[in-house]
Design a protein around this ligand. Structure first.
Ligand code: IFG
Length: 529
């Protein structure tokens, strides 16, 4: 279904014509052109829904009496929604107080099958609001849209004056790609459980459903492995710049996995190998070909480290790590990295990866790797993650021919650690500057040459942390470009429209501010006040 242009665009254009006609007829139009037109919140949703039918004659008001009706499995989503509404309205917003009444919100698992597992239908009528889906994931996605129909102040952590009105109408929506990911590099700089949970809450607002955690690198090993305790205890004891680093205990990691699951986000853990392994090599001398452990590393060079491909202990190490991590990870994916193995001879690299691939399958996971690992010809549903700065690579066409899935994260479009422009205080620029229009201006389904849409698993927005030290830094680099990537992953094919997106994004400024998100106010966006 071709999505309608946002009503505000149509209405404003119509009003401009009317104003012009009035002027011609000698009737004075108020200064400032056509009278301002109330832009319905239904027109400002990000990611843009599949179809939106505003009903300007209808308005719903959330009041002190409003309750949420969400029985059975839906109750968890009801409680999540209540957790959003209670602090900012100051209303009790009970869940399942009793029968659905006037002024209530209903979340119902009675959605039509054509919505698919992640889709939803949202109805806003005068006397109630309802979300219908076939799964709690679909209800959760509907709730992300529902919250965007309320005033920006709904995102405030403290009670704000109302009124809490929502524009009437109906929305039917489902995602284009099933895999819409963010990545957080917790290896260059360590981010603790609370900081990861905060980022999970922020990306969930834009229907991101995967979080790839880059758990190991030259500068740090961030996940406890019981069979190799020095990896985290010693290998996790520093970070870029020499700070204290840190690591997740297995309970911490489980806490993150469970929190992500409660936001319908699947964790994709990455242990990068055979390169980007100085922290592991520094932790265990026996892993090094020469038996000598290098010092811990706190710089930002890449490509200088490699596991020892010819030693048996290397594969015992890799198997122990994969076994323990797979047991802690309910999601289907395990990422083995494979990038920038500049210190591993090509034939050794292919031999190493070929010996690791069966281990990922042995412990029940589907392998993901940066696109270089395609040299080892992973079979079947292996996922090849493209991070190049071009839109073509023979490794991609070979992967498609093998039936692999491609995860699109071109570094010059989706790398959130790239500076916005030359004056951006944080980030790198090796892949070029990425302003909001650049992050938005590509189509994951057709961008990669020789990769048809059906081979594209989805999109990912990696955030590398060489230059990032706290949550404010994460937020400044991720917002507002992550919403752009999220729209490319969710909204219907052909719905990309920069003018529409920038107008809609402008209204999200007050929402991000109310949420306390330290976003970059790009000069490309006419931010609302
Ligand atoms: N490339 C490296 C990352 C990181 C990045 C920073 C990949 C797959 C540059 N590898 O991106 O470790 O250093 O932008």
């Amino acid at each position: 279904m071709t999505p309608r242009p946002p009503r505000s665009t149509v209405r404003n254009a119509a009003l401009a014509v009317v104003a012009g006609a009035l002027l011609t007829a000698g009737i004075v139009v108020p200064a400032g052109g056509a009278p301002a037109v109330e832009n319905s919140a239904m027109d400002n949703i990000i990611p843009a829904p599949e179809s939106v039918q505003p009903d300007p004659a209808t308005t719903f008001e959330l009041t002190q009496q409003t309750s949420i009706q969400a029985t059975g499995e839906a109750a968890e989503v009801g409680e999540y929604l209540a957790g959003i509404l209670r602090p900012s309205t100051g209303y009790p917003v009970p869940v399942n107080r009793g029968a659905l009444g006037t002024g209530d919100i209903a979340l119902a698992l009675d959605g039509a099958p054509d919505l698919g597992p992640a889709g939803y239908r949202l109805q806003v009528a005068d006397d109630n609001v309802s979300v219908h889906a076939t799964s709690t994931e679909g209800l959760f996605n509907g709730v992300q849209t529902l919250r965007q129909l309320l005033p920006a102040a709904i995102e405030s952590p403290t009670a704000q004056p109302g009124p809490w009105t929502m524009p009437g109408g109906s929305i039917v929506d489902k995602p284009r790609f099933e895999h819409r990911a963010a990545m957080l590099d917790v290896a260059r700089h360590f981010f603790d459980v609370a900081q990861v949970k905060s980022y999970i809450d922020q990306i969930a607002r834009y229907k991101i459903n995967r979080l790839h955690l880059h758990l190991s690198d030259d500068q740090g090993w961030r996940i406890q492995i019981n069979s190799w305790p020095r990896l985290a205890e010693y290998g996790g004891s520093t970070e870029v710049g020499g700070g204290p680093g840190g690591y997740y205990t297995q309970q911490d990691y489980t806490d993150i996995v469970n929190y992500a699951a409660s936001r319908h986000i699947v964790i994709v853990p990455e242990i990068d190998m055979p390169g980007h392994t100085n922290a592991a090599l520094a932790s265990y001398a026996e892993l090094n070909c020469d038996g000598v452990a290098p010092p811990l590393y706190t710089g930002i060079d890449v490509g200088f480290s490699s596991l020892c491909v010819d030693k048996d202990i290397t594969y015992r190490f890799v198997e122990d790590v994969i076994r323990e991590l797979a047991a802690l990870t309910p999601g289907p994916y395990l990422h083995i990295g494979g990038d920038e193995a500049h210190s591993t001879p090509e034939e050794d690299y292919k031999k190493f990866i070929a010996q690791v691939l069966p281990l990922v399958s042995k412990y029940g996971k589907t392998v993901v790797g940066w696109h270089e690992y395609g040299k080892a010809q992973p079979q079947g549903d292996a996922v090849v993650q493209f991070w190049g700065t071009t839109n073509a690579d023979p490794l991609l066409t070979d992967a498609v021919a093998r039936g692999n899935k491609i995860l699109a994260s071109p570094a010059n479009k989706s790398y959130l650690d790239m500076k916005y422009n030359e004056s951006t205080p944080l980030g790198l620029q090796w892949a070029g500057f990425i302003e909001v229009a650049d992050a938005y201006g590509w189509d994951p389904g057709s961008y990669l040459q020789g990769v048809p849409e059906e081979s594209v698993l989805g999109v990912e927005a990696p955030l590398w942390s060489e230059t990032l030290e706290n949550s404010e830094h994460i937020e400044f680099m991720a917002f507002p470009r992550l919403p752009a990537i999220a729209e490319l992953g969710w909204s219907p094919k052909g719905a990309q429209n920069w003018e529409s997106f920038r107008q809609r994004l402008a209204t999200h400024g007050p929402r991000l501010t109310a949420s306390g998100i330290d976003f970059y106010a790009s000069t490309q966006i006419p931010w609302a006040k």
